[in-house]
Ligand binder design. Structure first.
Ligand code: ZN
Length: 442
């Protein structure tokens, strides 16, 4: 019998994966998102959501259908280029089939109408993300995969896009999100907040915080617009509010110009026990220690502006942000070299600390572990000691200036460090990033 050829429909369906090394089920191939508009109504009763998400994208292949990531929620209607499209749900997927096939290179717009009570997503390490109800509202945090609990999207850090938010909530509540607050209106007891995130953003960095907040406006001497939100029911983070402009200034002297036009932070009683580098406006859980503020602001350069394309490269975020904490401490206390030496002494060869290499996490539960934060930062200090201050500082600055707005990889970082230093760093990085043992002799 003749083998049945795959139908044209199968051939041209966009793959329902971004081929991420740790989260292969997330993300979708076949297109690149260019922009999202989220028009969302927060319903206080039951912390429910009504949404209309519009994604504009470019087809990278002929497409008979394409996927978006979406966990839970009820989808009622989908349009492609203004025409109703059919759709079905897979596990954490929405698969859209337009009436007409989309051609390679064409720009298309898809609009999804949906509603429901979004899920709080539990991560492989047991932490909570996604839609998180609070005492007076809700917070939506997305690292690594929570974005799909509140809007359909291409949920991979590989595919950055611009964002607009139109958020409706009861008028006595405040709404925080990414970027510039361009307008705020009230009608019939509903407040509508318009935010624009004009620079590319990975979906894991989008956020919402709705609740009762005290709002703090300001502007730095170099013109960055400041807008912060603090929960009046927790002790006011006065030191963080006061030090924010100075920390931003210091970071610019270290790494280059601040990547965005807006900055600030959100402090809310969330109960997740972590802070997150939500783009332009990091989110804190009820307390804003200065070291954590430095860490989340450092991520605006490393993570937010320069983003790893694959979750397996997350040391590029956390190693850099942790190293920046060391640099901050070194201004007035211990040098980075001393902080590094102390960690080395605390973890002799054979210590389980060394078992998980930053570039080979194996299990997504290790995403936010010591190997990523501490061994990641140690890798950078060891690199500085290997190539010297001048080449090291050039590498770090070039890494930001040459890759801002993009998604990139460890291989690119290694290339850059080799070019800048003129050294072959193959075995250096292999020992620090790939081996389940304590490096020696760097
Ligand atoms: Zn971090």
């Amino acid at each position: 019998m003749l083998a049945v050829p795959a139908s044209a429909a199968d051939v041209d369906a966009g793959p329902l994966t971004s081929r991420d090394s740790l989260f292969p089920h997330q993300g979708n191939g076949g297109y690149n998102a260019q922009s999202y508009h989220l028009d969302l109504t927060y319903v206080r009763h039951g912390h429910a959501l009504k949404g209309l998400t519009t994604m504009t994208a470019r087809a990278r292949q002929d497409l008979t259908s394409f996927g978006l990531d979406l966990e839970g929620l009820n989808v009622s209607r989908v349009w492609v280029n203004g025409v109703r499209a059919s759709f079905h749900r897979g596990s954490d997927k929405l698969v859209v089939t337009p009436v007409r096939e989309l051609r390679t290179g064409s720009i298309f717009t898809t609009r999804i109408q949906y509603a429901g009570v979004p899920h709080t997503h539990v991560d492989p390490d047991g932490s909570s993300e996604g839609w998180i109800p609070t005492a007076d509202g809700v917070v939506a945090l997305n690292e690594p995969v929570g974005a799909m609990t509140w809007f359909p999207n291409n949920n991979t850090p590989r595919d950055k896009a611009r964002y607009r938010f139109t958020i409706h909530a009861p008028k006595r509540l405040e709404v925080a999100s990414n970027g510039r607050l361009v307008r705020r209106t009230t009608r019939h007891g509903i407040g509508t907040w318009h935010y624009v995130m004009a620079k590319p953003m990975a979906s894991y960095l989008a956020f919402l915080a709705i609740g009762q907040f005290k709002i703090h406006h300001g502007r730095t001497s170099d013109g960055i617009r400041l807008l912060s939100f603090t929960d009046p029911k927790v002790p006011a983070p006065t030191a963080a509010l006061r030090k924010l402009p100075g920390i931003l200034h210091w970071l610019q002297t270290q790494f280059g110009p601040y990547p965005f036009a807006d900055a600030g932070f959100v402090d809310d009683k969330i109960g997740v026990d972590y802070a997150l580098e939500t783009q332009t406006r990091p989110t804190f859980d009820g307390t804003v220690p200065i070291t954590d503020l430095v860490h989340e602001l450092a991520h605006q350069w490393f993570g937010d502006a320069v983003t790893p394309a694959d979750w397996g490269d997350i040391w590029l975020n956390e190693g850099f942000a942790t190293y920046t904490e060391w640099l901050w401490a070194a201004r007035t206390g211990e040098s980075t070299e001393d902080q590094f030496t102390e960690l080395l002494a605390a973890h002799p060869a054979g210590d389980p600390f060394w078992q998980t290499p930053p570039q080979d996490l194996g299990d997504p539960a290790n995403l936010f572990g010591n190997a990523v934060y501490e061994r990641g930062a140690m890798t950078l200090e060891a690199l500085r000691e290997t190539i010297g201050d001048v080449a090291f500082n050039t590498t770090i600055r070039q890494w930001y200036v040459g890759h801002r707005g993009q998604s990139t990889s460890t291989a690119e970082f290694i290339d850059l460090a080799e070019q800048t230093s003129g050294q072959d760093l193959t075995s250096f990085f292999h020992n620090w990033l790939d081996q389940p043992t304590r490096p020696t002799g760097w």
